[in-house]
Design a protein around this ligand. Structure first.
Ligand SMILES: [Zn+2]
Length: 216
């Protein structure tokens, strides 16, 4: 295949990039000096070596394979609360707002409204297993007189307030309902504290703070 065509095909796989934009990227690279393309190529290769996914919350971060991220490994993190977001950018934004001190889980996408099948990018099995694992945790602090330990007692569904986000919210409640009946944690939604159409990724700290305060 013609190298221009080939690279265009690669860029077309990027989210939101069509044929015309993909081609613009290729011509942009052709106009840059050779070093630029080399450094870009090196950065892409290094990415997979240096960045790994946390096995608990699925955040991409700079660390070794199977290593826990800063939040999951921090003993100060509140383990009784688990906040579910769609993607890394939402996680980063909520973390930056400094209004939440619990655990996170990155779902990997939203459930499509039209199909009943669970798409492979949704980490539903992983979520269920983590929720169950946290619920069964023996009370780690029991010896210090805290009978509650660090068992999960709240799942916060923090998805953007649009039709697909609301659909996924309902879907997750359904998928977690048998675990909820078994272990008695509560499920709340951040969306009820947001206004319609709010994208978490672009929300400011104040909006997130209010949404967390008004979660229900
Ligand atoms: Zn983590």
């Amino acid at each position: 295949m013609d190298p221009i065509e080939k690279l265009t095909e690669y860029f077309k796989e990027f989210p939101g990039i069509g044929e015309r934009q993909a081609k613009r990227f290729v011509y942009f690279l052709l106009h840059k000096n050779p070093n630029y393309a080399k450094e870009l190529g090196d950065s892409i290769l290094k990415l997979k070596d240096i960045i790994h996914q946390c096995p608990s919350c699925f955040l991409f971060f700079k660390g070794e394979q199977n290593q826990l991220c800063d939040v999951c490994s921090n003993t100060k993190t509140n383990r009784t609360s688990l906040l579910i977001v769609e993607k890394d950018a939402d996680y980063e934004n909520i973390k930056r707002s400094k209004n939440y001190s619990g655990m996170y889980f990155i779902l990997g996408g939203l459930a499509p409204i039209v199909t009943k099948e669970t798409p492979s990018f949704l980490r539903l099995k992983e979520l269920q297993s983590i929720v169950e694992g946290r619920s069964k945790n023996p009370a780690r602090n029991a010896s210090h007189g805290d009978s509650g330990g660090d068992n999960l007692d709240e799942v916060i569904i923090a998805l953007s307030l649009n039709p697909q986000g609301e659909h996924t919210d309902m879907y997750l409640r359904e998928q977690l309902s048998s675990l909820q009946n078994k272990y008695g944690f509560k499920i709340v939604s951040l969306g009820r504290g947001l206004s319609t159409g709010t994208e978490l990724e672009y929300s400011d700290g104040e909006t997130i703070k209010n949404a967390l305060k008004n979660r229900a």
